[in-house]
Design a protein around this ligand. Structure first.
Ligand code: FES
Length: 168
């Protein structure tokens, strides 16, 4: 059984640990801010459009040379990308690039989405150090493959004589 003193002690320790964890997180973020833009930090801490899409119209999964993988899911209506989501097991910059790529693509026509390159991702995150540029390449490359996958599906539907919609 715990005495009320024991509970008070445990509460104090828990508060101290919370404080230490906050201080550590702050120190890590301060370090990150010396290297990365606020945009990168924001998308890393609050990534948009995380997750999968059931019955995605376009999908791709690419493992980069560093061993990290990005997954992109697209939902397309007519020739317009109505939804985009991503998943990754990668680093913080890959999370930021995946998040930004889904924001860049949502609402765009397929033909415009297929023009997105890593340079657009870099511009949208406010740049990355040279060592992290491959994270933007991975996100943009996975997006292009997801669009290719969508186009292949549409073509095969057309060949089978089933529903054939406008291509981007
Ligand atoms: Fe591998 Fe970022 S370090 S994609």
């Amino acid at each position: 059984m715990f005495s009320s003193n024991g509970i008070g002690w445990a509460y104090t320790v828990a508060k101290d640990l919370d404080h230490i964890a906050d201080e550590i997180q702050k120190a890590i973020l301060d370090d990150a801010r010396r290297i990365y833009s606020e945009k990168v930090i924001d998308h890393f801490l609050h990534p948009r459009n995380v997750g999968g899409i059931e019955d995605a119209d376009g999908f791709a999964r690419i493992k980069g040379p560093c061993g990290d993988t990005v997954y992109i899911f697209l939902k397309v209506n007519g020739a317009r990308i109505t939804d985009a989501k991503f998943l990754t097991d990668g680093c913080g910059t890959t999370i930021a690039c995946g998040s930004v790529v889904t924001e860049l693509i949502k609402g765009k026509e397929i033909k415009d989405g297929s023009k997105i390159r890593h340079t657009h991702v870099l511009a949208a995150v406010g740049g990355l150090p040279e060592a992290d540029v491959h994270c933007a390449l991975l996100a943009a490359g996975t997006l292009r493959e997801a669009i290719k996958n969508y186009r292949l599906k549409i073509r095969s539907k057309g060949k089978n004589g089933r529903e054939f919609r406008k291509r981007g």
